[in-house]
Design a protein around this ligand. Structure first.
Ligand code: GAP
Length: 514
């Protein structure tokens, strides 16, 4: 097994063991791709959401927030295109009774061919050492060339079938390339069918008055349908944005990789309304602004990249993803889309209401264009966990697991630990806790040796441990231990708020964005 897969498994079990993420309904054997955030996880998640919310609504005078309902009028999903087109192509294996996304099966097959070529190169690199010229090898080695040809042919067929929405061709590719079910190992496939990802339920109490409603698959539509309300009541002038954080639901066929692809998840979306013709300028602005937001957390600049979309949705005129280097490769965490006037025009058409903006400067009315930034809270959470986790070898053969969380996001900022449970130390520790708890999330613990307590705090990413000892009672100083360096310094109790605030305050991260 690849080393990175091992690391990912460790992160998943660490998240459970240390109270970050639990499988939902675990005592009933869980519920596929649904997770609960535990006592530490909810704090980390709330801090991520606060970072996003404040970066949007405090730092931009022209962005306001809303919190719209999860249930919305079902026509909204007709207008947005979700009823007709929010589909994935699915296929079943008759032997294993497992359901797959046909596109994912083919993409996995493409990845396998690429893996073969990479292995060939790795072997040759070992054989030739410093003299190895990889570009030349890829252009001349017959086995690599053969696989490259196979990969390109498959990719071209796959891309065409997806673009043409040709389900029969997707099935034919699976047959032609002899793709087998990873579980049963057989090729006993059904036809490919479209599968709508929205969850449907009923609203209303009597049989006559019930209506089918959907759990929203994105929060964005709640913003579009409130465009006029917010613009008028907030006296907003274009350009302006509306931000929202909330749950979204998708009946994902293939739910993989822990909280990366869930059926119930949370989004942080912002729709920025601009003059028609100015959208590409604003698209660039938001592309850069969002990347800066990610990088300011200090998870490592090299872990981000843009993936510009070549194939655009019919209503979009530019789109890019911000991808993050997860242990299972670069993956989309956020999408930035230039959605033209599609959504507002569709809602005007389906609702029969005029959804326009009068631009006093231009003395004309128009349907605003929209730049959308859309990030998944859970994917952001996962990227923070993955880049913070370290299984550290210490001098002397000892080890520790430490989460180097960005300090501003850590669930607990400081643990207050009396060295022993006597001689007035617990009382003094509580006194310190009572001083700090109004400004910082604090944790008091007096069980076990102080070394064990330090390790437990390292494992949940607490930036500081404050230890109360005999000297504290004499001179009102404590030891302050840093999570990352494990260095301890003696500081006055009175200086603690300033030191912790300097290192852990969210404001310091927000200031980097200006
Ligand atoms: N309003 C645009 C929209 O929803 P999207 O690319 O479908 O665009 C935006 O989703 C973000 O939501 C993604 O970049 C991802 O972070 C998150 N997301 C989407 N589906 C998800 C899922 N099943 N589980 C977790 N996060 C998901």
């Amino acid at each position: 097994m690849a080393k990175q897969e091992d690391v990912f498994k460790k992160i998943v079990s660490h998240a459970k063991e240390y109270g970050f993420v639990f499988p939902s309904s675990e005592i009933y054997d869980g519920l596929g791709a649904v997770y609960d955030y535990a006592q530490n996880g909810v704090e980390l998640k709330n801090n991520i959401k606060r970072y996003w919310w404040e970066a949007m609504t405090l730092l931009h005078e022209n962005i306001v927030g809303i919190d719209s309902a999860i249930f919305m009028h079902p026509t909204i999903w007709k207008a947005s295109g979700h009823v007709d087109a929010f589909n994935d192509p699915l296929i079943d294996n008759r032997d294993s009774k497992k359901r797959y996304r046909a596109d994912v099966l083919i993409e996995d097959e493409i990845a396998k061919i690429e893996e073969k070529m990479n292995k060939e190169c790795e072997k040759a690199a070992k054989r030739f050492g410093d003299k190895f010229d990889e570009a030349m090898f890829r252009q001349t080695n017959p086995r690599v060339l053969e696989n490259q040809k196979k990969r390109d042919e498959l990719h071209a067929r796959y891309e065409k079938a997806m673009n043409d929405n040709d389900l029969a061709e997707l099935k034919q590719i699976i047959v032609d390339y002899e793709i087998v079910d990873p579980v049963s190992g057989t090729k006993n496939w059904t036809d490919v069918r479209q599968f709508n990802l929205m969850f449907k339920t009923q609203m209303g109490s009597s049989a006559d008055s019930t209506m089918d409603v959907y759990l929203r698959p994105e929060t964005a539509q709640g913003i579009f349908v409130n465009f006029l309300n917010v613009q008028k009541t907030g006296r907003m002038r274009i350009p302006f944005g509306i931000a929202q954080i909330g749950k979204a639901f998708r009946n994902e066929i293939v739910a993989r990789q822990f909280i990366f692809r869930m059926r119930e998840f949370e989004q942080m979306e912002m729709q920025f309304f601009v003059r028609p013709g100015e959208e590409l300028k604003w698209f660039e602005f938001w592309r850069e602004t969002r990347l800066r937001w990610h990088k300011a957390l200090g998870l490592g600049d090299e872990k981000y990249r843009f993936h510009d979309h070549e194939k655009l949705a019919h209503y979009a005129n530019a789109a890019t993803d911000i991808e993050f280097k997860m242990p299972f490769g670069f993956k989309e965490v956020e999408g930035i889309h230039s959605r033209t006037d599609f959504d507002l025009s569709q809602h005007a058409k389906y609702s029969g209401k005029k959804i326009q903006y009068f631009d006093a400067e231009l003395n004309e009315s128009y349907t605003p264009y929209v730049i959308e930034t859309s990030i998944g809270v859970d994917r952001m959470f996962l990227s923070v966990m993955c880049s913070s986790y370290e299984d550290q070898q210490l001098e002397g053969g000892d080890t520790r697991v430490v989460l180097h969380l960005p300090k501003a996001l850590a669930p607990i900022k400081c643990a207050i630990l009396p060295l022993v449970r006597k001689d007035g130390m617990p009382e003094k520790a509580h006194e310190i806790m009572n001083m700090l708890k109004f400004d910082f999330a604090c944790y008091y613990e007096d069980k076990d040796t102080v070394g064990k307590r330090y390790r437990r705090q390292d494992a949940i990413g607490t930036p500081y441990c404050i230890t109360v000892d005999g000297q504290t009672l004499e001179d009102n100083t404590v030891t302050l231990r840093d999570r990352d360096t494990m260095q301890q310094q003696r500081v006055a109790i009175a200086d603690l708020p300033a030191i912790i605030s300097q290192e852990c305050s969210l404001n310091n991260v927000l200031r980097k964005l200006m």
